[in-house]
Design a binder for this molecule. Structure first.
Ligand code: COI
Length: 363
């Protein structure tokens, strides 16, 4: 594999010791520790993308007037590098993240990053920090976070004329500390996540910032995550704070909300839709109202509910709570949720046939 970009690599003079790294990899949690290096490239209208480099992991020096600090012109992605039993390291559908990153950039008036540069950056960082990729036990992997932000020093409200693209990486275990224990979901009745014509289908930090208050309300009510309804009718289930959602019906149909412009087009969501057929399920993209959810569980028509995302993989939903009520959706992972989860994870970790050609070798 040769990189199509001339990426300078400056090795860290003070990498984390082997002992400390082993300790971290044994119990990394999620998003707490970072590898020795990061990738950075810059953009200006004149120079376009330039100076791609792997450098020692370090804080950015930011001018207080950097535009992102004021107007939130920013996007990100979430990906993972998986170590296979033979020691090789692989990415899962990185080109899909690259294309989504381009769509998010377009919506936030940021410059397009070529798909090749996105993947080259991922490869360069993972190769430099390959020792940070866990051995795959307990589904541990290296979570990779590409992001782009407005770095021009300017307070006028217009697209930034200096933009920074960076990639950092963090060894990670399961996103939910409870592991595969079903999570509880709080129904956000006062707040929505995204409106038609808004930024719901872009992976921009603002969407996540807007979810924090309802998420905190959920936590105050004993829940792990929050679920949002559509902003117009406050009726149809859209997505969780940072994950898509699926309903498993008793006839073997798995249903997820359609991409209506306010839902993030999840890579895991798309992969599950593609896997459904070969696993013997019928997949449908259609709306489920909150009443259908409640009635479906009560009547037995909805047998399982699960959330999915790069970080969360496939996580069963155990309880839906709202002001004054709650609904149990199962106290353990259901059969369909388990089958889908296992197939996906087996492909990612190299234990099942990659029939779709989803894996991309990094090391
Ligand atoms: C992901 O699943 O990668 C996400 O971006 C969700 C969350 C961790 C922000």
């Amino acid at each position: 594999m040769t990189l199509p970009y001339d990426i300078a690599v400056e090795q860290s003079a003070a990498p984390v010791s082997d002992e400390r790294r082993a300790e971290i990899l044994a119990d990394p949690g999620f998003g707490r520790y970072f590898t020795d290096h990061m990738f950075v490239a810059d953009w200006t209208p004149e120079q376009r993308w330039h100076a791609p480099r792997v450098t020692p992991y370090a804080p950015f020096s930011m001018d207080p007037a950097s535009s992102v600090l004021h107007y939130a012109q920013q996007i990100f992605e979430g990906m993972k590098a998986y170590r296979h039993p033979d020691g090789s390291i692989w990415a899962f559908r990185p080109e899909v993240n690259a294309v989504r990153f381009q769509r998010s950039a377009a919506r936030m008036a940021l410059p397009t990053l070529p798909e090749q540069l996105f993947i080259a950056a991922f490869e360069a960082l993972v190769r430099t920090d390959a020792e940070w990729v866990p051995d795959g036990g307990a589904e541990r992997s290296l979570y990779v976070r590409p992001f782009m932000f407005a770095s021009e020093v300017f307070l006028g409200v217009r697209p930034s004329q200096h933009v920074t693209f960076a990639v950092i990486a963090s060894p990670g275990g399961r996103y939910f500390p409870g592991g595969l224990k079903p999570v509880s979901i709080w129904l956000s009745e006062d707040y929505t996540r995204a409106a038609p014509g808004g930024t719901g289908d872009a992976k921009c930090g603002g969407n996540y910032a807007a979810s924090l208050l309802p998420q905190a309300e959920g936590i105050d009510n004993g829940c792990d995550q929050v679920v949002f309804l559509d902003a117009v009718n406050r009726r149809d289930v859209e997505e969780l704070g940072g994950m898509n959602i699926f309903f498993v019906h008793s006839d073997g149909t798995i249903v997820t909300p359609p991409l209506n412009g306010s839902i993030l087009e999840g890579v895991t969501r798309d992969s599950i839709l593609a896997l459904a057929d070969e696993l013997g399920y019928r997949a449908e993209e259609r709306s489920t109202s909150i009443d259908e959810w409640r009635e479906g569980v009560a009547s037995g028509d909805i047998e399982e509910v699960f959330a999915c995302g790069t970080a969360a993989v496939v996580t069963p939903v155990g309880v839906l709570k709202w002001r004054g009520g709650e609904l149990s959706c199962g106290d353990q992972a259901g059969k369909v949720t388990t089958v889908i989860r296992e197939r996906l994870v087996d492909i990612q970790f190299g234990r099942a046939d990659d029939r779709h050609g989803w894996l991309h070798r990094l090391v």
